[in-house]
Write a new protein. Structure first.
Length: 353
């Protein structure tokens, strides 16, 4: 359905000072004119934890701050990227050879995640090159999802440049997977709200299958987002992935303890569904299965019947396999399991379950 596609609108550039400014910069940079513009918003999560990577529902809304890209498809496979912020250096690559550097997640790698996602999805034989100028107003590494806005916007630009279309839900799912090329194991909230957000409403986002339900915001209400100015670069550190891995290991241990196929399970919600338990009942299982002391990788491996090496290489993400993350993983695990289920149960009473 056309309504499910990302909307395209025609604008008079003279009435859009921001686009006009971007166009002028584009012309001065690439000596040609942008053929289209794409925009993707940042987001704020209105309630609590980021439990999307556990398979649980979240309640984000889009914010005005965004990523805006002026783009021009090329007849050659060259991709030229530039940014209005001089902190982000120019980058050129070949559309036939997209390489994403997880070890050094510079800004262009996020862009390339979006490009690669679309190229792989459509198995493009001769993907279009492009000139792109990026402008962003989302404070980076501040928890407002600048990275996903950049991945989604780059995905959208690549889609357009290659003359393809995809419904918003599919784009959201594709871009959720695409951002993982940079190494972060996100659950899909950020990319989902980026594509599915609508004015005047937050969205209850549920997964598997992905769906978004309007949650009307009270008339006249204003949301104040405070920036602590402490940045956390999610792809350059292991903090984010450690949380995801803690929950993944918890899901596997719970599944194993109940005789489920633990290898096939990576999310706490999947285990809950398989066990057909309420959140309160899951909490009781958590308290029964886990001991209060921190777990070691060796103990978890033993419980699962695999070696520590297998656990690291087959279950953990690249950036949580090494010793650096091990202590943290141990320290946090116990606490995290309980918090996730207790948090969910409380939500159940107060909000929507
Ligand atoms: P966030 O919470 O904002 O998603 P991340 O650490 O996941 O934080 O991603 C931040 C990274 O996204 C930045 O280090 C930068 O590489 C990229 N990024 C964000 N905004 C821009 C921008 N305007 N232009 C280029 N890259 C950006
Ligand atoms: Mg991010």
């Amino acid at each position: 359905m056309a309504a499910d596609l990302p909307p395209t609108i025609s604008v008079q550039l003279v009435e859009e000072p921001r686009l006009l400014k971007l166009k002028k910069m584009f012309i001065s940079k690439f000596k040609s004119t942008p053929k289209f513009y794409a925009r993707a918003p940042g987001r704020v999560n209105l309630i609590g934890e980021h439990i999307d990577y556990c398979g649980y529902a979240v309640l984000p809304m889009a914010i005005e701050q965004d990523i805006l890209i002026a783009a021009e498809p090329l007849n050659t496979p060259a991709i030229h990227l530039a940014n209005t912020n001089p902190l982000y250096s120019d980058f050129t690559t070949n559309a036939n050879n997209i390489q994403i550097n997880q070890m050094e997640p510079l800004w262009h790698n996020y862009f390339l995640c979006g490009v690669k996602g679309i190229e792989d999805h459509f198995s493009l034989d001769s993907p279009s090159g492009m000139n792109c100028l990026v402008e962003g107003t989302i404070p980076p590494s501040s928890g407002l999802s600048s990275s996903s806005a950049l991945v989604c916007c780059a995905g959208l630009v690549t889609l357009m440049a290659n003359g393809k279309t995809l419904p918003k839900v599919e784009l959201a799912e594709l871009c959720s997977k695409s951002e993982r090329y940079i190494g972060t194991e996100g659950g899909g909230m950020d990319q989902s709200i980026c594509f599915l957000a609508e004015k005047g409403t937050a969205k209850l986002i549920e997964f598997n299958p992905l769906r978004a339900t309007d949650v009307r915001l009270p008339e006249g209400v204003a949301f104040l987002i405070a920036n602590s100015c402490v940045e956390m670069n999610k792809a350059a550190t292991s903090h984010f992935n450690i949380r995801v891995m803690e929950c993944r290991l918890a899901a596997k241990l719970l599944a194993k303890s109940r005789g489920l196929d633990w290898k096939a399970m990576a999310k706490l919600q999947e285990v809950q569904v398989k066990l057909k338990l309420s959140l309160e009942e899951m909490l009781a299982v958590v308290e029964e299965v886990f001991h209060p002391e921190p777990y070691s990788i060796e103990e978890i491996g033993k419980n699962l019947g695999i070696s520590s090496k297998e656990l690291r290489t087959q279950i953990l993400s690249q950036n949580t396999q090494d010793g650096c993350s091990r202590n943290k993983l141990n320290q946090c695990m116990q606490l995290m399991f309980f918090n996730y289920f207790k948090g969910q149960c409380q939500w159940g009473k107060n909000v929507w379950f």
